[in-house]
Write a protein that binds this ligand. Structure first.
Ligand code: QV4
Length: 494
């Protein structure tokens, strides 16, 4: 008996260590991360308490927390040009950061920080000064705020051949000074920086430009990090959740598989294909086989999203807030279908690639303001506050750990499926109405469609679906309905 238990414990330990950095450390039945792109720490703390906690969001990806270069006009991307690891940016200082993490953890919302381990700032015309007032000379690779000097970087060269591994991992991505992560000093500084964030209570990291670093170096760095802090509510021996930005659409020299054993990896093929389908370029019936059959990573390794802060600016098939009806449909599918580690984008309005986030005349970031419906008003888009999106976060929580079943389609772009006996969803992306009696798999009752309305004090402000003893219900989505989705679940039973 003892032998058996011991062997079992060893197996669990081995499996645990392989998968350790894949666990997002979600609280309760929560499931969805939101990227509050460019938000201030104080605003995120309030959002955790007032909105994200109550609505069942699992975590927040926050913008880079360490000092960055101050760039004229304050484009969003200045935050991807580090000057030091001091925690002072336009989002706030270290005290405000620590307060945010503490308050979010208290309401069960985890914080994941976007971290830049690949590089420091690019060349700068004039004196380079950071958001904490630290001076640097990027042209000669001098960053006294760390400190780093020229020998801590790879020799300068340009990435012009994206099929050349050496260039991708040793040359400078858009001129950003490329750190040499094989050096002890660089490793030490990066580990110190990440450990400092862990000390403050974060649950993990989005690793920017992971593809541009050798996976062996990252393995060393991740493996050297402290465990998450018990005093911030994490179980003993919890490893930080790592999700790595590796853009791999297939046929690449550096592949996502080189990183997927170290942590989750951003699945850009998911973003591309879901955009393609809900733009109407692919019939929705094909989504029945959504997941690894589409060439995606396995579910537990894939960080999934409809759009991210880069590809929402790139045009193409990717859907963004600018096509709201299709975007909401794609997001509903993203959150309803059991595949991947889901992240929802929360943007600010932009006209061009470089547009600054909402800021005042002194170029300080401004806080979001909310209208009567709880939506954002002053330049922040806040997709996460759209009913059709936050109610799908609730749907995903309600159906957690259930399988997909009873797939139905009309041979084209009307589809429906159940999640166990907990939830049912239907989509109509055709130019004609959907009106069908379908198997909902739900217990008999009347359910409120959480897309067209809300269940408030027992009454539904949107469509209702009557489900009989046999689980059948009449489902209708007209082609001119405001939204092309209908979603019902056990927590929204009237
Ligand atoms: C300019 C020229 C370069 C030249 C350089 C010389 O364009 O050709 O070599 O000057 O100094 C900004 C400007 C860019 C400028 C650069 C350096 O847009 O024109 O180069 O600064 O001054 C973000 C933005 C970039 C921005 C960068 C740094 O997207 O536009 O560059 O921040 O501020 C690949 C990678 C992937 C990467 C993706 C964008 O594999 O890892 O490109 N994605 C991540 C982030 C992304 C971020 C970076 C990486 C860099 O998600 O937001 O880039 O941290 O696919």
């Amino acid at each position: 008996m003892f032998k058996f238990t011991f062997a079992l414990a060893l197996c669990v330990l081995a499996a645990g260590s392989a998968l350790a950095q894949h666990s997002p450390h979600w609280w309760g039945n929560r499931n969805t991360i939101v990227h509050l792109f460019e938000w201030k720490w104080e605003d995120i703390a309030e959002e955790c308490e007032n909105f994200l906690g109550p609505r069942g969001f699992a975590g927040v990806q926050v913008s880079p927390a360490n000092e960055n270069i101050v760039s004229p006009g304050r484009p969003w991307w200045e935050r991807y040009q580090p000057i030091s690891y001091k925690l002072i940016t336009r989002s706030g200082n270290e005290e405000q950061f620590a307060d945010m993490v503490r308050r979010c953890n208290e309401v069960g919302v985890r914080i994941y920080v976007d971290v830049l381990l690949n590089h420091m700032s690019a060349d700068f015309v004039g004196q380079a000064v950071g958001t904490a007032g630290t001076e640097a000379e990027p042209a000669v690779k001098s960053f006294p705020g760390v400190p780093y000097s020229a020998e801590d970087f790879h020799p300068s060269c340009e990435i012009y051949d994206w099929n050349d591994r050496y260039q991708i991992q040793h040359c400078e991505l858009v001129g950003l000074k490329d750190l040499d992560q094989s050096r002890d000093w660089v490793r030490t500084k990066l580990i110190e920086f990440l450990d400092h964030l862990i000390e403050l209570g974060v649950a993990g990291f989005r690793v920017d430009a992971a593809k541009h670093m050798a996976s062996e170096d990252l393995e060393f760095i991740y493996g050297s990090l402290s465990d998450l802090k018990i005093e911030h509510g994490f179980p003993h021996s919890s490893r930080p959740f790592i999700f790595q930005e590796v853009i791999d659409h297939g046929g690449q020299e550096v592949t996502r598989e080189e990183y997927s054993s170290l942590g989750a990896v951003t699945e850009f093929r998911f973003s591309q294909e879901i955009g393609n389908a809900f733009r109407g370029n692919n019939a929705l019936k094909w989504l029945q086989s959504w997941g690894t059959d589409w060439g995606f990573l396995s579910s537990g390794q894939a960080l999934t999203f409809v759009d991210n802060h880069d590809n929402q600016r790139d045009g193409g098939a990717v859907l963004t807030y600018k096509s709201p009806r299709q975007y909401k449909m794609a997001t509903a599918f993203h959150l309803a279908y059991p595949y991947g580690i889901s992240r929802v984008m929360s943007s600010f309005a932009f006209d061009d690639h470089d547009s600054a986030p909402p800021q005042d005349a002194q170029e300080e970031l401004i806080s979001p303001e909310f209208d009567a419906d709880g939506g954002c008003a002053n330049g922040w888009i806040c997709e996460h506050r759209w009913r059709q999106i936050y109610n799908m976060v609730g749907f995903k929580n309600a159906v957690r750990d259930t399988e997909i079943s009873n797939w139905w389609d009309n041979g084209d772009s009307q589809i429906a499926f159940c999640r166990g006996s907990k939830g049912f969803i239907a989509f109509n992306n055709n130019m004609y109405n959907l009106a069908e009696v379908l198997q909902t798999c739900l217990p008999k009752g009347v359910y409120c469609d959480v897309i067209s309305g809300d269940l408030i004090n027992g009454s539904c402000s949107g469509k209702s679906v009557y489900v009989g003893d046999d689980g059948l219900g009449f489902v209708s989505i007209n082609s001119d309905d405001f939204d092309g989705v209908l979603a019902i679940h056990v927590d929204a039973r009237i």
